[in-house]
Write a protein that binds this ligand. Sequence first.
Ligand SMILES: [Zn+2]
Length: 207
Amino acid sequence: MAMTFYTGGDRDRPTFEISVDDPGHGRVSLRRLDDRYPDDDGNQWGDDAPLFAGPELGNLLRIVTNLAGGHDERGGVPSPVFVVSSAPVAVRGTTGRRFMLGRPEALELLPALTRAVILATAGQDRYERVMPNDAISQAPVCVYCGEGAGDSDEASTISGWCLEHGHTPFGTRPFVSWDQARADYARAHTDVTWSNIQHEQDRDADK
Ligand SMILES: [Zn+2]
């Protein structure tokens, strides 16, 4: 499922749009929504929004992180001695326009960009388990083949293939079995109900 993040500025006037059109495929596109810097040709940023893929995606995260931390990013090479710098840095994607990025924007971009990179590289199933959203099931999912993903609790049924080949559930403690992972998931999803039952039992006992 494609996901779009808006960041910077305020709710009505965000500065950047970060798009992950195909989670897990290692691509993030970035669109500047204001005109803070003219591009290198002297034109304002048009429809040619840069796309970051593969190593350029990791490089974008590194540049934004270093800029946000005030570390020198001159020439795209990390300085051995970190120098606090606020000079805008030229950023080039895999395709699309080169653009200038300043430190205030990097600070705005970093939290959403981090989420976008996780979604783009790890895919939807893993993203949901690292960045949980109550509305979405986080039932155990196979590290190797993605079995067990789904929207319902029954989806935590694991295939014979995964059991036979020793496939393990993603995002759990080391050496956790499928049975343990399913039990942990079930417990996490019944905690509220269970505590209500306990509460009612305690109240009855007080009578
Ligand atoms: Zn598997």
